[in-house]
Design a protein around this ligand. Structure first.
Ligand SMILES: [Zn+2]
Length: 347
């Protein structure tokens, strides 16, 4: 149990920037545009194969390549331990030694869906149903889909992959974290298994060394150790600045003010919480809504500002301005609450 907790705790430190995925197209996208990405995504397939062999009832989510590695989301009947990861790695090594060829196949929608139902893979079936629903909404019929097979394992996938499992270089499974299916808290919690893969053993070792060093310098640990700031569940993601940290903040802020003033910026301050109307107008709502912190109050939707510039334009249009006033620059320091960490970026 302690081991599982350690695994999850490591993960939270490390993968806050893992991509959030929503649409069926995104779920099918292997994220593998370059050679290393193809190899990493191929390693994810090999990991899924190993998991299905060791945990025959496993339900597979998605398994894309990400920066420095890959992951696969799986639903299992128990939490994985470090020993499980070692067993999965050993199983993967067998598949790589066997040098199975990755074979692309195209299937009709109905055939592919029926196969996934037969294999009891509800998350994959859901991805397919979303593809079909989208096609219908566009007045089209459900599309053919592609799979990649290596050995006995076949996965719904757009690819691309390396030619065969033998092309996979040095890899290592790193950690496990909880991940809601499609990032939604009302959906099942899967186990996201992270791994890394490199062309050579030396590159893998270098990466693991860098990762260890970065972990020692994690700001969430250093902040507490140096008594600069701390994070608390009562305000997720926002720092509570301690006296020494606040002093650092003020020092940096003063230096920034001096630099901006020298360059002709005028300082303004705008609210942290703003109606979605403004974000719809700026385009943030359509593009970045999934990553915005949305607040509902009295039937209206608001968001913490994802950036300052749309609000600066609100100030700009309070006057009729002449082209002679251009060039014109605001330094938007956000709300002037001394301890707030939101909305201070200059943009
Ligand atoms: Zn794939």
């Amino acid at each position: 149990m302690a081991d599982e907790e350690t695994l999850v705790a490591q993960e939270e430190v490390e993968h806050l920037d893992a991509p959030a995925r929503g649409s069926a197209e995104e779920l099918l996208d292997a994220g593998a545009s370059d050679l290393l990405g193809r190899m990493r995504h191929s390693t994810a397939h090999v990991m899924a194969e190993a998991i299905m062999r060791l945990f025959p009832g496993a339900k597979l989510g998605i398994g894309p390549a990400i920066t420095d590695g890959f992951y696969y989301d799986v639903l299992l009947d128990r939490a994985l331990t470090p020993d499980d990861l070692a067993a999965i790695e050993a199983e993967m090594a067998k598949s790589i030694a066997a040098n199975h060829v990755f074979k692309l196949a195209e299937h009709t929608f109905a055939d592919a869906r029926a196969a996934l139902v037969a294999f009891d893979q509800p998350f994959k079936v859901e991805i397919m149903d979303d593809l079909a629903a989208k096609a219908v909404a566009n007045g089209e019929t459900a599309p053919n889909v592609t799979t990649y097979r290596h050995g006995d394992f076949e996965d719904l996938c757009r690819g691309p992959h390396v030619e065969s499992t033998g092309k996979i270089g040095a890899f290592k499974l790193l950690s496990v974290a909880g991940a809601y299916w499609r990032g939604k808290s009302d959906r099942p919690m899967l186990q996201r298994i992270y791994g890394t893969a490199w062309e050579t053993k030396e590159q893998l070792e270098q990466y693991l060394w860098r990762r260890d060093e970065a972990r020692k310098r994690d700001h969430r640990k250093l902040g507490v150790a140096l008594d600069l700031f701390s994070f608390h569940d009562v305000s997720p993601g926002s720092a509570f600045w301690h006296p020494k940290g606040q002093r650092l903040w003020r020092t940096l802020e003063t230096a920034m003010r001096e630099m901006q003033e020298r360059r002709g910026y005028q300082e303004v301050s705008t609210p942290i919480v703003v109606s979605k109307q403004l974000w719809e107008q700026s385009g943030h709502w359509d593009l970045y809504r999934d990553n915005m912190f949305i607040i509902e109050s009295e039937g209206e939707e608001y968001s913490l500002k994802p950036m300052n510039c749309p609000e600066s334009t609100v100030i700009y249009r309070t006057q009729t301005r002449s082209y002679r006033d251009l060039h014109f620059a605001f330094q938007n320091l956000g709300a002037s609450t001394a301890t707030s960490s939101q909305g201070r970026s200059v943009d």
